[in-house]
Design a protein around this ligand. Structure first.
Ligand code: DOR
Length: 435
């Protein structure tokens, strides 16, 4: 028997309403027992003991939205390097978008991705299949077959689905298959080759703007289609106040809608673009201070289900070029928890319990990963966990970044939340210290 006893763990596990000190006994990769004095119990006598010294022990974090670029753009990220960034950031499960090359719209690519992840043997890897063939928004992919192969959701992310008829059919399949459709909400006629939020800043800079309405019109359309079909609409990277209000109202009417926000959308406003640094260019764009305040409110009132990174690695050749030409996207796996502790918990926007819910049981519910007992450390669940020194400061530096790309605007930031170690199935996949 392979047994491990975590002594004096400050377990924060929203799935059990637990926020306090306990011992945790892990046997053969599963949580065997929780209790305050397990270390004195004969059942733990043969277990390897780690004194966690009151540091946080959390269910492994779950990211609903990463781009790992394999196959196709492995100079930016591979499944192995992305997985390393994930576990360095405390994530034990990642859900990977389909905008690879070739696109993940076939059994062959889904299988290839899963094989690569298995040989990396770091975080759990869940592929997201394309909604449409080639992500072209024309012909539906074989969603049933892709689900059977292992896809946990479907998305054309990176591209909006402009064809409402196709979206309606995708949502009908979602209802039938019980998997979400993840929508990148952007009306291309309104965004019209823009690359920053349309407002005072875009006007001052003379940059082409993407109005809030480009996102909101599509959110409104897809809520109507979710109601009509009974499908599950998950809105990716929500960025505007108006989108959140639409989602809030839809939820209150019982429509099956969920949503995620990214740390960069609540950490930064479009004013950062005045620095003309392409690391502030992403899709959707950074919005205004008012939008940030709306995100904070929606994190508090439950409108938002999950914090997701939209980890989008790009190389220097994609980013060290003029702003209008640069690629959209920022990496986020290594900084998500520290940024969220700093901006949400230490700033008293939400409790630490709510934050951990947004990064564990919340996302698990959205993609039905709770059926595999992920996002929880309840007795009997897989021992995927992370040990965090929540007070210790980290400095975001090139060395700190484990992704193959370093396109982050957070270099130089000092943040609380040192990820000491990350464990999947009871085995350590990240961290050098004993704990
Ligand atoms: O900023 C973004 N980058 N947004 C997306 O929707 C796609 C992503 C990417 O693939 O780089």
């Amino acid at each position: 028997m392979n047994a491990l006893l975590l002594k004096n763990a400050h377990l924060i596990d929203p799935s059990q309403g637990h926020d306090g000190i306990t011992d945790i006994l892990i046997e053969n990769g599963y949580v065997a027992e929780l209790g305050p004095t397990l270390h004195q119990h004969p059942s733990s006598a043969n277990a390897r003991l780690i004194d966690v010294a009151s540091q946080w022990v959390l269910p492994g974090l779950i990211d609903l939205h990463v781009h790992f670029r394999e196959p196709g753009h492995t100079r930016k990220e591979t499944i192995a390097t992305g997985s390393r960034a994930a576990v360095a950031g405390g994530f034990t499960s990642v859900c990977a978008m389909a905008n690879t090359s070739p696109v993940n719209d076939s059994v062959k690519i889904t299988k290839l991705m899963m094989e690569k992840a298995e040989s990396a043997d770091l975080a759990r890897y869940f592929p997201i299949g394309g909604v449409s063939m080639g992500l072209k928004g024309e012909e539906l992919a074989d969603l049933g077959l892709l689900k059977q192969t292992g896809c946990v959701a479907f998305s054309d992310d990176g591209f909006p689905i402009m064809n409402a008829g196709l979206m309606k059919r995708a949502l009908s399949y979602s209802e039938h298959l019980g998997v979400p459709i993840v929508a990148h909400e952007e009306d291309l006629n309104l965004s019209n080759r823009g690359y920053v939020h349309e407002g005072e800043v875009s006007a001052a800079l003379g940059c082409l703007g993407i109005p809030s309405s480009a996102e909101e019109i599509m959110v409104a359309r897809d809520i109507i289609l979710a109601e009509e079909t009974g499908g599950h609409l998950h809105v990716a990277h929500v960025s505007t106040s108006g989108s959140l209000e639409l989602i809030r109202r839809a939820k209150s009417r019982g429509i099956h809608v969920t949503c995620e926000v990214t740390p960069h959308h609540f950490a930064l406003s479009d004013k950062e673009l005045l620095k003309f640094d392409t690391n502030y260019k992403m899709s959707p764009p950074l919005r205004t201070q008012k939008d940030i305040e709306s995100i904070m409110e929606a994190l508090v009132d439950g409108t938002i289900d999950a914090i997701a990174t939209d980890h989008a690695p790009h190389g220097l050749q994609d980013k060290n070029i003029p702003l209008p030409l640069a690629a959209f996207g920022v990496i986020g796996l290594e900084t998500a928890l520290p940024l969220s502790i700093h901006l949400l918990v230490h700033s008293k926007v939400i409790t630490r319990m709510r934050l951990i819910e947004l990064m564990t049981s919340g996302p698990a519910r959205v993609f039905n990963l709770d059926r595999m007992n992920l996002g929880t450390l309840k007795k009997g669940s897989p021992a995927d966990f992370v040990i965090v020194d929540s007070d210790k400061k980290i400095k975001v530096s090139m060395d700190f970044i484990k992704s193959k790309s370093a396109n982050t605007p957070f270099i130089g930031w000092e943040l609380p939340g040192h990820i000491k170690s990350t464990w999947v199935r009871g085995s350590k996949v990240w961290g050098v210290s004993e704990a």
